[in-house]
Design a protein around this ligand. Structure first.
Ligand SMILES: [Zn+2]
Length: 288
């Protein structure tokens, strides 16, 4: 397992906005746990993503706006240096994809901000740049044909769907709580397949939907899988109403381990104090 991580990703958001659930400690506590528990895992410092690759997805106006001190919305304020932070997060996802393809490694981008809500010209839901969509386009430039995104974050990956919708040989599969933020993803359309889970649905029901969604993704026969790995479908997550337990995230990791298709995971959401344990369970099962 190779973890792509830059400690600078914890340098924003705690003092200026202590009220937001998307806090630096999410990542820093996870780093501490993984480093202590897995001495054989590799850690790599990701590069800053080039502006040229950001433009594969995002408008020049959006990239400019990220550099001005102006809030997007309540969840997604301007932070000093947020453009660079978001570019590092994109850089980690791309570097993880490259290591997966070039070195046949399992890789995880352990960074913030997350990305799956980010639209071409709009930051929202803690997300500023859409690293998974950008990484999918960079992989295509490298000649990868069929590319699938599996998004098991508790929220619909509206940004990723918006970007990949109707694009040939991309599949987007999202499993999410409905109704919930961002109130999209209620139906499937074309290459975007949405699995809605009602609030407080039993975990067995949620896991069965996850399995169906994973089977649908495998049936697409992708050459590359990008996982938007959000851990906020956990029963104790403070901002959702879902029922998954620690062991369920290990089960998702086992499904990844059972495929020989190159797979990259990128951290999205997850706001409970147990996030380090959830990520560890998922990665440990996947690494076996
Ligand atoms: Zn989420």
């Amino acid at each position: 397992m190779i973890i792509f991580h830059d400690p600078q990703c914890a340098d924003y958001g705690s003092s200026t906005r202590p009220d937001r659930p998307e806090q630096p400690a999410r990542v820093s506590t996870t780093v501490a746990r993984l480093r202590a528990a897995h001495l054989d895992w590799q850690w790599r410092l990701p590069p800053l993503a080039d502006e040229a690759v950001l433009r594969l997805v995002h408008s020049p106006q959006h990239l400019e706006r990220l550099q001005f001190a102006h809030d997007f919305d309540e969840d997604t304020p301007y932070f000093e240096g947020i453009y660079q932070h978001a570019r590092r997060s994109v850089g980690a996802a791309i570097a993880a994809m490259e290591a997966t393809l070039d070195e046949k490694q399992k890789t995880f981008a352990l960074m913030r901000p997350p990305g799956h809500h980010a639209l071409p010209s709009q930051a929202m839901g803690f997300c500023y740049l859409n690293q998974v969509a950008i990484t999918a386009f960079v992989a295509r430039q490298r000649g990868i044909g069929r590319i699938a995104v599996w998004d098991f974050d508790a929220h619909h990956g509206n940004g990723t769907e918006d970007i990949l919708h109707d694009r040939e040989d991309y599949l987007f599969v999202s499993i999410h709580q409905d109704p919930a933020y961002p109130h999209t993803g209620k139906m499937s359309s074309g290459n975007c397949r949405n699995y809605c889970i009602t609030p407080h649905a039993p975990r067995e029901e949620h896991m069965a939907a996850l399995r169906r969604s994973w089977n649908e993704l495998l049936a697409f026969k992708p050459e590359l899988i990008l996982v938007s790995a959000g851990f906020d479908a956990y029963v104790n997550d403070p901002i959702t109403e879902m029922s998954l337990e620690v062991a369920d995230f290990a089960e998702l990791g086992r499904w990844l381990a059972a495929t020989s298709i190159p797979t990259v995971s990128v951290l999205e959401g997850g706001y409970s104090a147990d996030l380090p344990e959830l990520i560890d369970s998922f990665l440990t099962a996947w690494a076996l």
